[in-house]
Design a protein around this ligand. Structure first.
Ligand SMILES: [Zn+2]
Length: 551
C-alpha cells in the first residue's frame, strides 16, 4: 500500500513545489513600484557642491543608502531635454530613437517641428492647444512599454512633469497617462492620445489652484543670504533678471512678475514648480494606487524648474542653490511618503538628469578660462551670402541645433541651366566656411559621417545623427563656447559639463555602493529591465550594470 502511494505522494509534492516556485520566481525580489526621477539640467558635481545643504532624507539618503554611478555620461550630442529623457527610458541614442533634438527641421513639411507635437490629438483639461502632444515621433519603446507588454497591460505606467516632453517621452507609447502643466491655466493636462477626460482626482487637484497659491508671495531665499556659500553674491552680472525686474535680486516679487512672465507659467522658472511636481507625484501614486496591485507599476517624474532657473540665473547663482535646497526637501517628502505608503523594500527608485549645464561663458572669460560666444546670426548670414552668390537663390538654409539643413528650392531653375547642384559639394562648402568661424571646433558634412574616424566627439555626433531628421552639416563648438545670451546659461555640448550627470539607484534590491567606471546613459534602461525580469526596449543600445544590486 505504502509502495503504491509513494509515487503519487512524490508527484504531488513535486507539482506543489513547482507551482510555488513559479509564483515566487516571477515576483520574488521584483519591486512593486518603479519611480524614475529626472532632475532637469542637474550637473554631476551639484551632488557634492551643495552637499552641506542636504538634509537627511533627500539626496543624502540616496547617496548614503543607494548605489551611485559616479561617471554616468551622455554618449551623443546634442545634450538637450527631449533626447535626454528619451535615452534614459529607451536605452537608445537619437540615431535610433529619432528624438534628435527638442525641435528639428522637417524636410517634408518644410518647417520646424517639435518632438512631441501632434496635431491629430486634442487637449484634455484645458481649452488651449498645449495638450496637442503625443509620443508618436519617438521611434522606439520605453521601459514602461516593455513592462506593459510583459503582463498584457496590467501594469500602470504614468509620466508627469511640468514640461510636456519630459512627461510624454519617458512614459512611452502604451502609457496609461502623461500629465504636464498648461501655462494658461496652471492646470495639469493631457491629450486624447491617452484619454477623453481627466480623472476625477486630477480635476480635484487642479481645482485646488495650487499654482496661484505658490505664486501668491515673493520668493525669498530659504536661509539668510550669507549661508549661500556655494554661489556668487546675489547681485552679479551673469544672471538674467525676470522680465520687468531691474536687477536679479531676492526677493523676487512673483505676484507682480506673473503678468509679464507667462502668468501661471512663471512657476516653472521658480523652485515652486518642483514643489508642485512633488505634490502631484504623491497625489498620482495615492490616487492611482500605484504599487498596490499584483504587477509592477511605474511612475516617471521630471523636475523641470532646476532647468528654467539654471537658464535664467546660471550655475553659480543663489537662485539655483536655493532651488536645489528646496528640491532636496521635496525628495525627502517623497521618500518619506514611500516609506509609509509601501516601504523602501518594495520600490526601485533611480535619479539622474537629462543633461548638465555650462558655466556662464562670460564669467569663465573674466576668470581667464578659455570660453566664448558663437555669433550664430553672423555665421548664418555669411553662409547665405556665399550660397546666394554661387547658386543664385536655389539653395536655402535652415540652422537648428548647431546643424545646417540644406533645401533646394527651385529645381526648375536647375533644369533650365542644366547644371544640377551637387549636394555633397554644397555640404563641403558650408562646412568649410563654418570650420573657419571663431568658436567652431569642427564642421562635418553629413555625407562624410560614414567614413569619419571615431574619436570622442565624432562618436557622439554619430550617436546623435539620424539622416531623415538631422541636418546636412554638423558643427561642434570649442569647450565653453556657447550660442546663447551673455546672462544665464545653456547646454547641448558633448563635453563633461553637459554630458556628466548624477545616476543613483535606491530601493529594496539595490545595494549601497559606488562605481567610478564610465557608464553610458543608455545603460539605465537595460539595468531597470534586468531588475524587473523583462525584455529591454526594442531600440536599446546599452548593457546591464549588474553591480547595482540583486534581482
Ligand atoms: Zn533639460
Amino acid at each position: 500500500m505504502i509502495k503504491r502511494l509513494l509515487p503519487a505522494l512524490v508527484l504531488i509534492t513535486i507539482l506543489y513545489s513547482c507551482n510555488n516556485e513559479q509564483k515566487e520566481n516571477k515576483n520574488e525580489h521584483r519591486p512593486k513600484l518603479v519611480i524614475g526621477i529626472v532632475v532637469d539640467q542637474m550637473r554631476y558635481d551639484y551632488l557634492y557642491k551643495y552637499s552641506k545643504k542636504w538634509g537627511k532624507g533627500g539626496f543624502r539618503r540616496l547617496m548614503k543608502e543607494g548605489f551611485s554611478f559616479d561617471d554616468a555620461q551622455y554618449n551623443y550630442v546634442p545634450t538637450y531635454t527631449g533626447p535626454g529623457h528619451t535615452a534614459i527610458y529607451t536605452g537608445a541614442t537619437p540615431c535610433m530613437s529619432g528624438i534628435v533634438a527638442n525641435d528639428w527641421y522637417d524636410r517634408k513639411l518644410g518647417k520646424m517641428v517639435y518632438c512631441v507635437q501632434d496635431d491629430t490629438v486634442a487637449t484634455v483639461g484645458s481649452f488651449s492647444s498645449a495638450g496637442q502632444m503625443s509620443p508618436r515621433r519617438e521611434l522606439v519603446s520605453t521601459v514602461g512599454d516593455m513592462l506593459k507588454l510583459s503582463d498584457e497591460g496590467k501594469s500602470k505606467v504614468i509620466g508627469i512633469s511640468q514640461k510636456d516632453r519630459a512627461a510624454i517621452l519617458p512614459a512611452g507609447h502604451r502609457a496609461d497617462a502623461a500629465y504636464w502643466l498648461d501655462d494658461s491655466t496652471g492646470n495639469f493636462i493631457t491629450s486624447t492620445y491617452y484619454m477623453k477626460f481627466l480623472p476625477q482626482w486630477v480635476m480635484k487637484f487642479n481645482q485646488e489652484g495650487r499654482v496661484k497659491k505658490y505664486l501668491s508671495a515673493p520668493w525669498y531665499p530659504l536661509y539668510l543670504p550669507k549661508n549661500y556659500t556655494e554661489s556668487m553674491g546675489d547681485d552679479n552680472a551673469y544672471e538674467k533678471p525676470y522680465k520687468t525686474e531691474s536687477a536679479p535680486l531676492f526677493p523676487h516679487n512673483l505676484p507682480v512678475l506673473m503678468d509679464k512672465n507667462g502668468g501661471c507659467g512663471l512657476i516653472k522658472a521658480t523652485p515652486f514648480g518642483d514643489d508642485l511636481t512633488k505634490d502631484f507625484a504623491i497625489e498620482t501614486i495615492r490616487s492611482e494606487n500605484l504599487g498596490k496591485g499584483d504587477e509592477t507599476d511605474m511612475l516617471t517624474i521630471s523636475f523641470s524648474s532646476t532647468d528654467y532657473v539654471g537658464h535664467q540665473f546660471g550655475t553659480e547663482s543663489m537662485e539655483l542653490e536655493d532651488t536645489y535646497i528646496r528640491l532636496d526637501k521635496d525628495l525627502e517628502e517623497l521618500f518619506n511618503f514611500l516609506d509609509s505608503y509601501i516601504g523602501k523594500k518594495n520600490v526601485l527608485v533611480f535619479l539622474t538628469a537629462d543633461h548638465g549645464a555650462a558655466i556662464n561663458a562670460q564669467y569663465l572669460m573674466d576668470k581667464g578660462v578659455p570660453a566664448g560666444y558663437l555669433d550664430e546670426k553672423a555665421l548664418f548670414a555669411k553662409e547665405n551670402e556665399f550660397l546666394n552668390s554661387k547658386y543664385h537663390g536655389d539653395v536655402a538654409l535652415e540652422f537648428a541645433n548647431q546643424q545646417f539643413y540644406i533645401d533646394f528650392i527651385t529645381p526648375s531653375i536647375v533644369e533650365q541651366t542644366h547644371l544640377p547642384i551637387n549636394k555633397d559639394s554644397v555640404e563641403d562648402e558650408i562646412a568649410n566656411i563654418a570650420a573657419q568661424w571663431p568658436g567652431v571646433e569642427r564642421a562635418i558634412p553629413a555625407y562624410k559621417l560614414g567614413a569619419i574616424n571615431r574619436d570622442f566627439i565624432n562618436t557622439k555626433i554619430l550617436n546623435g545623427y539620424k539622416a531623415s531628421r538631422s541636418g546636412d552639416v554638423i558643427i561642434n563648438l570649442l569647450p565653453n563656447w556657447l550660442s546663447y545670451a551673455k546672462t544665464g546659461t545653456t547646454h547641448g555640448a558633448p563635453y563633461d559639463y553637459d554630458a556628466h550627470v548624477p545616476l543613483i539607484f535606491w530601493g529594496g534590491n539595490i545595494q549601497h555602493g559606488a562605481s567610478p567606471k564610465e557608464e553610458a546613459i543608455t545603460n539605465i534602461a537595460p539595468t531597470v529591465c534586468w531588475l524587473l525580469h523583462i525584455s529591454n526596449p526594442d531600440g536599446c543600445m546599452g548593457h546591464v550594470m549588474g553591480e547595482v544590486g540583486k534581482r
